[in-house]
Design a protein around this ligand. Structure first.
Ligand SMILES: [Cu+2]
Length: 258
């Protein structure tokens, strides 16, 4: 939340993500939200004078997100259009405030998933057009990986390759071979993000605000993102990139639990 002169005005507190409460509240002054990700936040306006105008703004890029920070790694969204989200005007209290300050909240105990019985290596790949190779990739594809660590891209119609046994816990390693970040969404389950690892580097622990249960996680280019889920309901589901232009253009795959 920013004031009129674009000064950072008000930090807030994140208490939840897609799958429920975080293990503990996390103090933040901005959130990174990809399509399908959700954040439950508490904003405390107690110390803000009545009449103050605040703005919730979007600093994400107006082109494909590849990771990094606004202003350093990419230009933020156009403040006249895509950069605008919401304006808030602080009014006087109309009834007694009985809410609990975020720093005094106690959240339900967090129970992590048990040991995984299988690790799957999965891939995100891009495919160039043979007729228009200069206009960027024609398709992004999900897939598996071969013994040598090379991606094996697959289409929606290809046979199911992800088939967890009912009731088992698996780790899915998402290897992103594309140039862009993709929000990977797995239907039916809530997963834990374990860590992220760039080739040749040590794995980075998950961010505190990603340490609860989630159903969507950003997979950065050149990075392995590790997810852990328990597949406790039989059936046929899908996993996919949640950017609509990608998911509707082959970046979606069926998976079965049984
Ligand atoms: Cu995508």
């Amino acid at each position: 939340l920013y004031g009129r002169r674009k000064e950072a005005a008000l930090p807030f507190c994140q208490i939840g993500s897609e799958g429920g409460f975080l293990p503990a509240p996390v103090q933040r002054d901005q959130v990174l939200i990809a399509p399908a990700e959700r954040a439950d936040v508490i904003v405390d306006f107690t110390s803000v004078p009545v009449g103050t105008e605040l703005y919730l703004i979007n600093e994400g890029p107006d082109k494909a997100f590849q990771g990094g920070k606004a202003g350093t790694d990419y230009s933020p969204a156009d403040p006249a259009t895509t950069g605008q989200i919401m304006k808030l005007v602080v009014e006087a209290l109309t009834s007694p405030d009985t809410t609990v300050p975020p720093s005094q909240l106690s959240l339900p105990p967090f129970e992590p998933l048990g040991k995984a019985s299988r690790i799957r290596r999965l891939s995100l790949s891009e495919q160039k057009s043979s007729s228009l190779p200069h206009v960027g990739p024609r398709q992004m594809l999900l897939g598996t990986m071969d013994r040598n660590g090379a991606p094996v891209p697959m289409r929606w119609d290809d046979p199911v390759t992800e088939d967890p046994t009912l009731g088992t816990t698996e780790i899915w390693e998402i290897h992103n071979f594309t140039k862009d970040a993709h929000p990977i969404h797995v239907h039916e389950v809530q997963f834990q993000v374990l860590d992220r690892q760039q080739a040749g580097h040590a794995a980075r622990p998950v961010e505190p605000w990603e340490s609860g249960f989630k159903d969507t996680a950003v997979a950065y280019p050149g990075v392995v993102t590790r997810l852990k889920a328990t597949f406790d309901r039989a059936g046929r589901y899908v996993w996919h990139c949640h950017m609509l232009e990608h998911e509707d253009n082959e970046m979606m795959r069926p998976y079965t639990v049984g």
